[in-house]
Design a protein around this ligand. Structure first.
Ligand SMILES: NC(=O)c1ccc[n+]([C@@H]2O[C@H](COP(=O)([O-])OP(=O)(O)OC[C@H]3O[C@@H](n4cnc5c(N)ncnc54)[C@H](O)[C@@H]3O)[C@@H](O)[C@H]2O)c1
Length: 464
């Protein structure tokens, strides 16, 4: 099948490449000339494990090509994917300016095609878009193109850092369409993928994407809320999560890993967008708002923890090393990363920050430029940590997970460590005399007052 993918970012490039790998002929189009020129030379604009090999292999075989011309992309394609960004607007709603532009461009390009004018086309929205965008795209295209076409919703569920694997072996494909003709095309498209294809109406497919991301974000905020209770009552949130996940109604893959909060290009913006959609629909969004609020305070709590460990000493004049800038391991994506909250806060409080990330330092320096004496990026993690007054870890990159506390103790000036991703063992940290804090794991440090309050609750006495 001949496919065009408009927008060659994390989603467009990876899904387009996966379609090519499965035997379809794919042309990826983008307005960013430099990106397309680099892709033609085999230079990949994003850091995503396994993607470079796959792009180069499929480009070599001729199944994957790149262009900046929408007319060229449309020329021989029966199916056109829209995979452009839908960033949050000021009020949290998804900004649809790129989607609108692409719909206009597709309509005009289809109309201008002479050879296959009036042939049937399927326009597939892969971008995450508010309910009703399918209709919007259909109306925009119809203004310019009078031939036969359908607009389908096929939201993308890939995880950055595992995007290649997710696109080649998806859990499922969600396809929203009311047209039998479009359904047949989409079935053929996904035939080479060994996954269930769930058909539904367009609006339900659009909402499925937001609902999925909102639930995953909720799980994270839920376990982070439990981590706060665990810290006060002296429980271990990682054990609590382990115990919970064995319940088949919860499951082993539940997002119950407590940490310094979620970031990335999807969860924060999609929760915001769903809050906006709910409010527009006159539906109470208290639950989703709480998910966001918990996440905001969770990110900020990292600095509070560091200040508590420093005790009377203030952050002013301290050198704090931050390991992990990307919003998660195995990506260079800095969008809404926790580091973007923590580092400016540390700098504002007078600390000098030495930052390290295995791949995201270049991206990070675009968001947070180096500032003499305030923020510096260092390429070697040991060099970054050498002589620091404290270390804060914000991303659980595998290379940090291999580091032992004994090794850390040798390089830090003072063994103060905020482990924002629960990498190290708190007991070992205590044995090695670290001033250490992590998320929800202060076993044995429970406050006597709180325990007394818990144990004197009337229900507890009644049960005895
Ligand atoms: N990144 C993820 O993990 C992920 C996962 C699932 C869904 N999504 C959704 O997929 C969509 C794309 O996300 P992304 O992360 O790939 O975005 P991105 O910002 O990485 O890429 C978007 C690309 O679209 C291009 N573009 C913009 N306007 C264009 C136009 N008129 N014509 C052609 N190209 C144009 C940009 O140059 C850019 O290369 C968003 O709606 C996002 O919410 C993202």
């Amino acid at each position: 099948m001949k496919i065009a993918v408009v927008g060659t970012g994390y989603v467009g490039l990876t899904t387009g490449t996966a379609f090519a790998e499965k035997g379809h002929d794919v042309v990826c189009m983008d307005v960013d000339e430099q990106k397309i020129n680099n892709l033609k030379k085999g230079i990949i604009p994003i850091w995503e494990p396994g993607l470079t090999t796959l792009v180069r292999g499929n480009a070599k075989s001729g199944r994957l090509t790149f262009t900046t011309s929408i007319e060229e992309a449309m020329q021989s394609s029966q199916v056109m994917f829209i995979a452009v960004g839908t960033p949050p607007g000021e009020d949290g709603s998804a900004d649809l300016k790129y989607v609108r532009q692409v719909a206009t461009d597709i309509g005009k390009a289809l109309s201008a095609m002479r050879t296959r004018k009036n042939a049937y086309h399927v326009i597939v929205n892969k971008s995450t878009v508010p309910v009703g965008t399918g209709n919007l795209v259909r109306d925009i295209v119809a203004k310019h193109y009078k031939g036969e076409f359908d607009v389908v919703s096929n939201p993308e569920f890939l995880r950055e850092g595992a995007a290649v694997e997710d696109c080649l072996n998806p859990d499922r494909a969600v396809v929203g369409t009311d047209s039998e003709k479009a359904q047949r095309v989409m079935k053929a498209l996904f035939k080479p993928f060994d996954c269930p294809v769930v058909f539904m109406d367009v609006r339900s497919a659009e909402l499925t994407k937001y609902a999925s991301n909102a639930l995953l974000a909720s799980e994270i905020s839920f376990i982070n809320s439990i981590s706060r209770v665990a810290e006060v009552v002296g429980a271990d949130v990682t054990k609590v999560a382990e115990g919970m996940k064995l319940d088949r109604r919860i499951g082993p893959h539940a997002f119950l890993r407590a940490g310094a909060g979620y970031g990335g290009s999807c969860f924060p913006k999609d929760v915001k967008a769903l809050i906006h959609i709910s409010k527009q629909a006159g539906v109470d969004a208290t639950f989703l708002q709480a998910v966001e609020d918990v996440n905001a305070t969770q990110k900020a709590s990292v600095v509070d923890k560091l200040e508590t460990l420093l005790g009377k000493k203030s952050l002013k004049g301290k050198t704090v090393t931050v390991w992990g800038l990307a919003f998660k391991p195995n990506t260079d994506d800095m969008r809404e990363a926790v580091a973007l909250t923590v580092i400016p806060k540390l700098v504002r409080k007078g600390a000098k920050v030495i930052a390290h990330d295995p791949v995201a330092d270049v991206q990070a320096s675009i968001y947070m430029p180096e500032q003499k004496g305030k923020l510096q990026y260092v390429q070697d993690k040991w060099e970054a940590a050498k002589g620091a007054d404290a270390l804060v870890v914000l991303t659980e990159w595998p290379e940090y997970q291999k580091v032992t506390l004994a090794e850390l103790k040798k390089v830090l000036k003072t063994p103060i460590l905020v482990d924002g991703r629960n990498i190290w063992d708190p007991k070992q940290a205590q044995e090695l005399k670290f001033d250490y804090d992590s998320i929800g794991r202060q076993v044995g440090n429970e406050s006597e007052d709180v325990l007394a309050a818990c144990c004197s609750a009337p229900e507890m006495h009644a049960a005895l």
